[in-house]
Design a protein around this ligand. Structure first.
Ligand code: F2R
Ligand code: MG
Ligand code: MG
Length: 313
């Protein structure tokens, strides 16, 4: 049995590696191959800087640790304050708009509901930051759904934005409880599919199982699952990228980024799931060292682990 401590750190570091490596390719078309990404990672000299995906994940973790559990108002303020300190992290338009509305007096309940003509956001921003919640609440999928729904609605109130975050959290929780030697990717995809309450996700996760069985080409994966910023066009894709490459955390991230499109976010979500299965040792030390703030991110994983342990007893 892998030590839980390294799995907690691995999931947060996996988020940061996928995000930081994918950031330079966000908005690109498909890359030549996953090996191209691995070679880029090996040869890159200097620091790999993270974007909003990791920055918001750090904020979620910081809030859980400071409050020793989930406190929606504290988390909302933490995400807003972190954004105001570092607004240059490539945030999607929705969250900063929410933060500005709140600063001008609109309530936290109302502000995210006003986005996109009153429909709320179905961007992947709630899903990309969900790893700390999945780690802390992985033992009860019912509680995980409830907490993730509430945390998502700080910025994303559209049901499809929330459901993407819930499924990404389920995938991380399942991976955390599994071991690489006994992992079955089809069973994993089926378990995530069984959990969904939204038709578009059920359809995509069913497609993911077929694509895995058929050993589909990357172009077909992008065509059927998507690689764009909407949660339903990226969370199932990340879950598939992990399932297809579950034997190696770095291969999973490289494959995800190689699909192009929202590469940092699909890379981050894939990395969070893969890191939860393999632990920190799933990532080469020379790549972890290149990631901005990797020591701090590892420390957040350790603190979340301690919090989880203390809540069990
Ligand atoms: N912002 C980016 N990438 C842009 C380029 C960044 C550049 N490299 C730089 O450094 O400046 N990436 C980040 O944004 C995504 C997460 O977005 P989030 O937090 O979900 O934001 P938002 O604005 O709520 O949603 C994203 C887009 O989805 C579409 N959308 C959402 N809800 C919609 C609705 N109800 N109807 C129609 N469209 C909707 C919109 O296009 C939103 O802008 C991640 O990729 C992260 O990396
Ligand atoms: Mg980003
Ligand atoms: Mg992105």
């Amino acid at each position: 049995m892998f030590a839980m401590l390294t799995k907690f750190a691995g999931s947060l570091l996996g988020t940061a590696i996928g995000d930081s490596l994918g950031a330079g390719f966000e908005g690109f078309g498909p890359l030549p191959s996953p090996s191209y990404v691995l070679e880029f990672a090996r040869q890159y000299r200097g620091q790999l800087r993270y974007t909003d995906d990791t920055h918001m994940t750090i904020g979620v973790a910081e809030s859980l640790i400071e409050r020793r559990g989930f406190d929606k108002l504290h988390m909302a303020n933490k995400l807003m304050e972190n954004y105001e300190q570092q607004p240059f992290r490539g945030y999607g338009p929705g969250p900063p708009t929410v933060f500005r509305m709140v600063r001008s007096g609109v309530s936290w309940e109302e502000a995210p509901r006003r986005l996109f003509g009153g429909r709320g956001s179905f961007g992947n921003g709630a899903a990309m930051r969900v790893a700390p919640l999945a780690l802390l609440f992985h033992q009860s999928l019912e509680e995980l759904r409830e907490v993730v729904s509430q945390a998502s609605q700080i910025t994303h109130t559209h049901p499809l934005g929330v459901e993407g975050a819930v499924l990404q959290a389920y995938a991380i929780a399942l991976s955390l409880k599994a071991t690489p030697s006994s992992f079955d990717p089809l069973d994993f995809l089926e378990a995530v599919a069984q959990a969904t309450r939204e038709a578009v996700y059920a359809e995509k996760l069913s497609t993911a199982q077929k694509l895995l069985e058929q050993r589909a080409e990357r172009a077909e994966v992008v065509r059927r699952l998507g690689n764009s910023v909407e949660a339903f066009n990226s969370a199932p894709t990340a879950i598939f990228c992990f399932a297809k490459n579950y034997e190696s955390a770095m291969d999973a991230i490289a494959y995800a980024i190689s699909l192009g499109g929202d590469a940092d976010t699909i890379g981050a979500m894939t990395g969070a799931i893969a890191g939860a299965l393999h632990g920190e040792q799933g990532f080469p030390a020379e790549i972890v060292e290149k990631i901005e703030d990797s020591a701090y991110i590892r420390e957040l994983g350790a603190k979340l682990y301690e919090l989880w342990e203390s809540r069990r007893s």
